[in-house]
Structure formats: structure tokens, C-alpha cells
Design a protein. Structure first.
Length: 340
């Protein structure tokens, strides 16, 4: 493990005014996204769409890193440059999703465990050769009747820590992503309780596995009411509850916290991040690692048509810029209605 290399990469990933684009949708997920624009999900369509995002003029002013899927890491731009090489030239750190998905946790109905540890050491060595300098592993914690169980939280925390240790051994910065889902009708308080228990278990496991905290990034959910909650918390309440929860459980040594959007609308995810950064006095950088919340508008603008590429790129960069403003707490909802 080269600690200074890990720290340098982690710092680049949480550079001020920028955040991480999650473009690591699996083949199944990207198909669902393409279905919304009536586009067949072929390898070339996926490549063209990713190229649209990665070559958007000015994207590197607001994007510090991109999480890729295995297929995408092996793809190239139209002029034959591998995506990882293209991004690196722009000063954007290429990363890779390495888990193989959340599967049912045997004996625990309604709960999941993320798989993908088998053969991970060898895959990480190959990904490093292909240009990836950080990785991502997502654990999924659902809130429902009698769940999550303590065991499911600890099993997922243990898997996240094993993954993180293998990453650091390979000089790859691990993004540790324990996502408490916002599906369901739970209150902000219930989300806070489960997020607290999850983060506590995750950092205990990271400590046991001797993870170098300065060489990792945390990618958590925000503390937010469930989508079906009748009285959803206000954006300010979400910001305050999230910062309070993180201050209790995330060591100051962690360089940055890159939130997932987790089913929030693009504007919601941006506003929440801005309000958190406005609170100020935080020991870590608070940034974004959004997938749909960065891409949704651009995907619609593109619609799978070559003649729409330039406009879709503008739409994407505009969304990235608004999130860049949220990094310093200077985003305002009224900016949504202003022209690009």
C-alpha cells in the first residue's frame, strides 16, 4: 500500500467546486434508463452515451472523478482513446464499480448482502492496469417492518471493509457506500437511527481491517424521510439531521463524503448538498457522487439522437455546474429556472 498515492487520489476526488459522476450503471440498469427514451441498449449505444458525457466541453471544471462499469472501462472514444486515458488527460480520476450486486441474505427475508469479493484482488490489479484509481462497492440497507437486522448491517459492514482493504492493497482508493434506502414510509428520525447504526458498524469494521482513513471516501445516503412518508422533512431539516449524524460517526481523518442521490430529484439532491455546505465548520469535504441526479436531464435531451448531442452536453454540464455551486453552499433553487 502506497499511502501517499492513496491520499493524493482521494484529495483529487474531493477537489473544491467539483464532484463525482456515477456512470457505472450495470447493463440491466442502463437498459432501464434507455427504455425511458425508447432506445435499444446495444454496446455501441452505451458507448456513445458515455462518450457524450465524458467529452462534454467544460465537464472537467465540475467533475473530479467518474465511476465506470467494467464494460465502460474497456471502451474508447470515437477517435480510439480509451475512456480512462481520455478522463485522466482532462484531470478527471477514472474509477470502477467492483461489486457484483446485492443478493438476498440467506435466512434474513427482505435483506441483502453485496457480493463480489471472490477474485477481487486479481480484478483490482487488472483495473489498476486499465487506469482506474478508485473503486466503488455499494451495500444496501432497507428500512421496513423489523428490518434492518443487526446481523445484516454487520455482514454488509464486514464486506465493505474487506473490499476496502483489498483496494488499498492495490493502491486504489475505496469509495465505501453503505446506502440506507429512502423507499418506504419511514420518518426522518427512523432514517437517522438506521444510518447511525450503519455508519457505526461500518467504521468499526474499517478500523478492524486497518483501513487507512485518509485514503478512502465515504458515499452515504442523506438522512431523509422515506418517499412515501406522509409528512416529509424540509430540505433544511434534512441538511441539519445529515450533518449531525455524520459528525457523530465519521472520523475527521476521512478526506471527503460524497453523497449518493438515492432517488431524489436532481434539484432536491443539489439543494440538500448546498444547505449542508452552508452549515459550515465541517472536518471533511461534502461533495456529490450522483448518477441519475446528474444524468437524467441530459439523457432526455439526447434521446439517442446524434443531432441532440451538443445540446445534451450543455444540459449535463449545466447540472454539474449547479452541483459545483452546492459544494460551497452557493446554489439557490431559483437557479433551476435560469437558462443554461
Amino acid at each position: 500500500m502506497n499511502r501517499s498515492e492513496l491520499e493524493t487520489t482521494a484529495q483529487a476526488m474531493v477537489a473544491k467546486g467539483k464532484g463525482i459522476l456515477a456512470a457505472d450503471e450495470s447493463t440491466g440498469t442502463i437498459k432501464k434508463r434507455f427504455d425511458t427514451i425508447q432506445l435499444e441498449s446495444t454496446e455501441e449505444a452505451r458507448r456513445s452515451y458515455r462518450e457524450l458525457l465524458f467529452t462534454a466541453p467544460g465537464m472537467n471544471e465540475y467533475i473530479s472523478g467518474v465511476i465506470l462499469f467494467d464494460e465502460t472501462l474497456r471502451q474508447k472514444t470515437q477517435d480510439g482513446t480509451p475512456f480512462a486515458e481520455h478522463l485522466t488527460k482532462l484531470g478527471v480520476v477514472p474509477g470502477i464499480k467492483v461489486d457484483t450486486g446485492a443478493k438476498p441474505l440467506a435466512g434474513f427475508p427482505g435483506e441483502t448482502i453485496t457480493e463480489g469479493l471472490d477474485g477481487l484482488r486479481e480484478r483490482l490489479a487488472e483495473y489498476y492496469q486499465l487506469g482506474a484509481r478508485f473503486a466503488k462497492w455499494r451495500a444496501v440497507i432497507d428500512i421496513g417492518q423489523d428490518i434492518p437486522s443487526r446481523f445484516a448491517i454487520e455482514a454488509n459492514a464486514h464486506a465493505l471493509a474487506r473490499y476496502a482493504a483489498l483496494c488499498q492493497e492495490a493502491n486504489i482508493v475505496p469509495i465505501v457506500e453503505p446506502e440506507v434506502l429512502m423507499d418506504g414510509d419511514h420518518t426522518l428520525e427512523r432514517c437517522d437511527e438506521v444510518t447511525s447504526a450503519t455508519l457505526q458498524a461500518v467504521f468499526a469494521a474499517l478500523h478492524s481491517h486497518r483501513i487507512h482513513l485518509e485514503g478512502m471516501i465515504l458515499k452515504p445516503n442523506m438522512v431523509i424521510s422515506g418517499k412515501k412518508c406522509p409528512n416529509r422533512a424540509t430540505p433544511q431539516e434534512v441538511a441539519e439531521a445529515t450533518v449531525r449524524c455524520l459528525k457523530r460517526h465519521v472520523p475527521a481523518a476521512v478526506p471527503g463524503i460524497a453523497f449518493l442521490s438515492g432517488g431524489q430529484s436532481s434539484a432536491e439532491a443539489t439543494e440538500h448538498l448546498s444547505l449542508m455546505n452552508r452549515i459550515g465548520g465541517l472536518p471533511w469535504e461534502l461533495t456529490f457522487s450522483y448518477g441519475r441526479a446528474l444524468q437524467e436531464e441530459a439523457l432526455k435531451a439526447w434521446g439517442g439522437k446524434q443531432e441532440n448531442v451538443a445540446n445534451a452536453q450543455k444540459v449535463f454540464v449545466r447540472r454539474a455546474r449547479l452541483n459545483g455551486l452546492a459544494r460551497s453552499g452557493s446554489y439557490e433553487p431559483k437557479l433551476e429556472s435560469e437558462a443554461a
